[in-house]
Design a protein around this ligand. Structure first.
Ligand code: PEP
Ligand code: MN
Length: 334
């Protein structure tokens, strides 16, 4: 719901409305457009009557918002969101690349990759410390030791770190140490985790579930935002289809569709989407061409020996080439 306030309403007439809405537990977002002041209201609105609201002298008009994602949707926030995460801008024309290995394997490995991706122009370092693996016997990350090694790489390169949280057990640690918290495809609808991560109000990279619709992705973002966070990046990482030539099917139409529905930045992951390193470059270029706000790319210094996702990891040399071409595509469409 959007409540449009009268242009002439003095602040002392607005305050009782603000207080009433807050006391009923709604999330109130104060908006302005073309000089008009408005309140965007999110929450369970079933008991909120329009007639009651019209009793407040400051209220001009009420508009019902049909989409269930109020905070993630464009209606409450018509302009693209621009985030500034440790000096790295993202969204609204600012493009950012997140790069690094699937998982942190050792201090040497993460430092070497961090230095290489930074030199090639990456804005953020990725690396999994807690890995969701299909097999219980596969390498599942170094856990908190992995996080410590990521922190060392951040200290030595200055790159902010992006890493996945799998359970709220480590929420405090992530709040303290991680710059962007990744919620993986498999947890996109773990609603308890979404809320808990939202409550620490840190930037979040939210990956689309393997078989989730774009509306479900936006509702997942809404859960994180209802928890309190505002800086959410939506990540398309390929979906399940009947095609077996690639690990998943990259749904690039997600970019224009999400752009229309949401103000949040859109990141494409060509690594998990394709599963093969030689497909990462063409899909990264296609993502830049269709207007994505950024990329997340798996880079490994020895992909053939990687403990996780080696087949889809590019070498630092290939990553550098991709970065150069992405720049050219961006310049061409500007
Ligand atoms: C990852 O980024 O390494 C990862 C596990 O991604 P996803 O959740 O998209 O599979
Ligand atoms: Mn991976």
């Amino acid at each position: 719901m959007i409540i449009i306030l009268k242009n002439t309403a003095p602040e002392e007439d607005v305050e009782p409305l603000r207080k009433t809405l807050a006391s009923r537990g709604f999330i109130v977002q104060e908006l302005s457009s073309d000089g008009a002041k408005m309140f965007g209201i999110a929450g369970d609105l079933s008991g909120l009557s329009e007639d009651d609201l019209l009793h407040f002298s400051c209220v001009e008009k009420i508009i019902r918002v049909r989409e269930p994602y109020k905070l993630a949707g464009r209606k409450f926030h018509p302009e693209d969101s621009v985030f500034d995460i440790k000096g790295r801008k993202l969204g609204g024309g600012h493009f950012a690349v997140i790069a690094g290995p699937c998982s942190v394997e050792s201090e040497d490995q993460i430092l070497s990759v961090a230095r290489d991706v930074k030199a090639a122009g990456a804005s953020f370092l990725r690396g999994g410390a807690f890995k969701p693996r299909t097999s219980p016997y596969a390498f599942s990350g170094l856990g908190l030791d992995g996080l410590e090694r990521l922190k060392i790489a951040r200290a030595k390169t200055g790159l902010p770190i992006v890493t996945e949280i799998m359970s709220a057990e480590y929420l405090e640690q992530f709040a303290l140490d991680v710059d962007v918290i990744q919620i993986g495809a498999r947890n996109m609808q773990n609603f308890t985790l979404l809320r808990q991560v939202g409550s620490i109000k840190k930037p979040v990279l939210l990956k689309r579930g393997l078989s989730s619709t774009l509306d479900e992705l936006l509702m997942a973002a809404e859960h994180v935002m209802a928890g309190g966070a505002r800086e959410i990046m939506l990540c398309e990482r390929g979906i399940r289809t009947f095609e077996t030539a690639t690990r998943n099917t990259l749904d690039l139409s997600a970019v224009p569709v999400l752009r229309q529905k949401s103000h949040l930045p859109i990141i494409i992951d060509p690594s998990h989407a394709t599963g093969y390193w030689h497909l990462v470059e063409p899909m990264a270029l296609a993502a830049a061409a269709c207007g994505a706000d950024g990329l997340i790319i798996e880079v490994h210094n020895h992909p053939e020996a990687a403990l996780c996702d080696g087949a889809q990891s590019v070498t630092p040399q290939v990553f550098r080439r991709i970065m150069g071409k992405v720049e050219k595509i961006r310049a061409a469409i500007a």
